[in-house]
Design a protein around this ligand. Sequence first.
Ligand code: NAP
Length: 360
Amino acid sequence: MRYRPSSPPDGGRIPVTILGATGAVGQRFVERLARHPWFRIASLCASNRSAGNTYQQATDWIMDSPIPPNIAGMQVRECTPDVPGSIAFSALDSSVAGELEETFAENGYAVVSNARNHRMDPDVPLLIPEVNSDHLRIIRQQRYEAGCIITNPNCSTVGIVMALKPLLDKFGIELVDVTTLQAASGAGNPGVSSNRLIDNTIPTIDGETAKIETEPLKLLGEFRDGAIHPADMRISAQVNRVPVRDGHTANIKLKLRAHASPEDVRQALEAYESPLASLNLPSAPGRPLRTSRDPSFPQPYFHRNAGGGMAVSVGPVTPCNVLDYKFAVLSHNTVRGAAGAAILNAELLVRSKLLSLLRQ
Ligand code: NAP
């Protein structure tokens, strides 16, 4: 992963902590934050099973690159709100994330979370910076004095919504029918047992269907009169776990509100430009959507790392006999769907100066 060149904000690199640093997403945070131009890992936290060990001892490291040498020897701490860092990136298991994240926000940390617990709270922004950066302002309504909670969507939702956004803006969307093929790493570490996943597909993932059917409505909703008004569309989802290591595919069919030819739809996706270009955020991909008219595109093994894992790959648009159009979307689930997304959210928070405003 190479970041876009960008100088640290005034005052130098910001100290951060990672909650749940030992898990699949926590490791992705460590990998990406160890070389981040704006942030510096000041502490690493996990459960009391890991606390007291070095990061190397506590972690079953599953990334492709080695553990960053300056991190391997750091001592893992318990998740208590006195650890060094002003931003707390959360990769906590959802069984504990809800309460711990609130405790950190109450104690002045900006909690930037991957967990599902607070995503649908009315005063918590569920963010994809390219799609709804204006929703970030709702943190001013949170009850915390100096801290806040912001969240990124479910790992499949993010790719789906990034592909829907230009079509919603141009033509309106009435119905979406989506079927996902989700990678093994989406189930955490160690995740699904190999005996259950090799030579197999599993047509259920706990809680996933509901997230894909509801989160896009908030993400694509309008921030008006101090509240987020959900988008007016219906989504039906079916999910599958498949024996792919990283990279979630979503096969999308949709019905538009306005008439559009196949070429209109293709061009809307191909012409989509990042609204973040002028902000110079280190993790923002230059082109958020990578499109191709090749019928064999996209494939997880070859395309999940597009844009350093932050770009979403969209295959050819073809007419659908049931709804209007269909196409496939691929995104990296632990990068764009988790750690990379949260880091981009934190970059937006810093750039928007909302973090310093909260602390005045
Ligand atoms: P994981 O591999 O199971 O890791 C869970 C982490 O939570 C570990 O660091 C674990 O620490 C820590 N933890 C568990 N119980 C704890 C406790 N009582 N107190 C403090 N820490 C505790 O899970 P994951 O896949 O990384 O997912 C992390 C979060 O991100 C989840 O909420 C998940 O839903 C969400 N998410 C995951 C993905 C993905 O693609 N994997 C994508 C988007 C969002 P120990 O090692 O000490 O047990």
